[in-house]
Design a protein around this ligand. Structure first.
Ligand code: PLP
Length: 447
């Protein structure tokens, strides 16, 4: 530590050195690239960050769900260093290397589906989704894609079309892929017509079935693509009948179910994949973010039969399955087993939910708290009855948290949902302290 502030202590943001760097940021980096806090990290360990001014923070963001295994995990770094000493890049299209196959083999074993699978690596979540769509379209020979309100699948030309939030991510960038059809997601807290969660789940499934008469014929639909628990959309936990209903529609109509596990997968819910909470097996799964422990990598996992439908050179890319990324990911997965991260997610999730439920009873701005394991969203509203989202209050609370040493961020189309993405290696006292800072920020707004 450099004489800066500890979590809980108020600090001025940006600090002196951060303010200097901010000038460079504003000069050389497009304003379109959003920033959560005016903080520049110098170093980090586990769930603790130190900024360039020597201030410490508890990290409730984890690089947006990338650091489930913790910041600068030594176990993972050792594998990265070992690989660095061997070779940095080969391009698997040119000369192949073992770590690529070992990771592919491992992922086929730990993803749902008792059949022969194959794995395609890429560099980002969006690229992983693009590949899933290519595979689904080629296998089915159909063009239609069904996606949902509240979805986030990326920022590339194709995935931007699948993403839901208009203003932030899509406005002025269209037109988008013409095969995309969007439907309501079973967002229980905001179910219309006074429907219960289950009734809304049923309604949303029925809406898709009806659409085969009025929007697109079922035999023109290649895939339904969803995040079982939408991350950017607001950590909404849908009822079981919604996800199971989608599976039924897919089975009945020869449609593939693409499961985007990029944000909420990798153990966050206490199960390795969020869809496992619904006893549903997807046809194609896309994994990224925490898979590489901080090194970019995405994986598209599918039945071999689907992969086989794509002809030679139809899939790939220069950096796909970079050896350093593969080495890191293999070690991340080993670390999950060694440290029982799934159990930790369930335990920390319970601690977090208990604490948040208590806060909900005390602070009227909290409209809803929901989640499974450590995949949790807290909705800030102006009024419990109208449920009117309160983006302004959310941003005041977050700023107060940042200034007291808690890195935390919001999500949702109305920017009123606080999401919790702390590393699953967080220590109990750090978790408690993080929630103390959040509670103090809520308390400060009561006066
Ligand atoms: C659910 C989900 N899908 C896809 C993406 C896109 O991933 P990337 O930013 O790595 O392209 C994200 C990123 O936040 C995501 O949360």
């Amino acid at each position: 530590m450099n004489g800066g502030k500890k979590p809980g202590e108020k600090r001025k943001l940006p600090g002196k050195r951060s303010a200097e760097l901010l000038k460079l940021r504003n000069k050389y980096v497009p304003k379109a690239v959003f920033q959560v806090a005016p903080v520049f990290i110098d170093r980090g360990k586990g769930a603790i960050i130190e900024d360039v001014d020597g201030n410490e923070y508890i990290d409730f963001v984890g690089g947006i769900c990338v650091l489930n295994a913790g910041q600068s995990n030594e176990f993972v770094i050792s594998a990265i260093k070992e690989q660095l000493d061997k070779h940095l890049h080969a391009d698997h299209n040119v000369t192949m290397y073992e770590v690529y196959m070992r990771l592919a083999e491992k992922l086929t074993k730990i993803t749902p589906g008792n059949y022969q699978k194959q794995v395609l690596f890429s560099n980002s979540g969006a690229e992983g989704i693009e590949n899933a769509v290519k595979i689904a379209r080629r296998y089915t020979g159909r063009h239609g894609l069904i996606c949902f309100e509240g979805a986030f699948h990326g920022r590339t030309a194709m995935t931007m079309g699948l993403t839901s939030q208009v203003r932030n991510y899509k406005y002025g960038f269209g037109p988008f892929d013409p095969g995309i059809y969007r439907f309501p997601f079973a967002y229980a807290y905001r179910a219309p017509f006074g429907l219960s969660a289950d009734e809304y789940g049923e309604y949303c499934v029925a809406k898709i079935e009806e659409s085969f008469k009025s929007y697109i014929a079922s035999d023109e639909v290649a895939a339904i693509i969803l995040e079982p628990i939408p991350g950017e959309g607001g950590y909404m936990v849908p009822p079981k009948n919604f996800i199971q209903g989608l599976r039924r529609i897919c089975d009945k109509n020869g449609i593939l179910l693409i499961d985007d596990e990029i944000q909420v997968g990798m153990g966050r819910t206490g199960k390795m994949w969020s869809i496992e909470n619904y006893n549903v097996t997807p046809d194609i799964m896309v994994i990224a973010k925490s898979l590489g422990g901080g090194i970019p990598i995405a994986a598209t996992v599918a039945k071999k039969e689907y992969m086989d439908a794509v002809p030679l050179s139809g899939l790939g890319g220069t950096f796909n399955g970079n050896p350093v990324s593969c080495a890191a990911a293999l070690k991340v997965l080993e670390y999950y087993e060694k440290e029982n991260l799934l159990q930790k997610a369930a335990k920390f999730g319970k601690m977090a939910m208990d604490r948040l439920e208590k806060m909900k009873g005390k602070y009227p701005v909290i409209g809803d708290v929901r989640g499974i394991g450590c995949a949790i969203g807290l909705e800030v509203v102006k009024d419990h009855k109208t449920k009117e989202p309160d983006a302004q209050m959310t941003s005041i609370i977050l700023k107060e948290c940042h200034e007291h040493g808690l890195i935390i961020m919001s999500c949702g189309a109305y920017h009123n949902i606080i999401r919790f993405m702390f590393p699953l290696v967080i220590k109990e006292d750090e978790l408690r302290m993080g929630f103390d800072i959040l509670e103090n920020a809520l308390k400060a707004q009561q006066k």
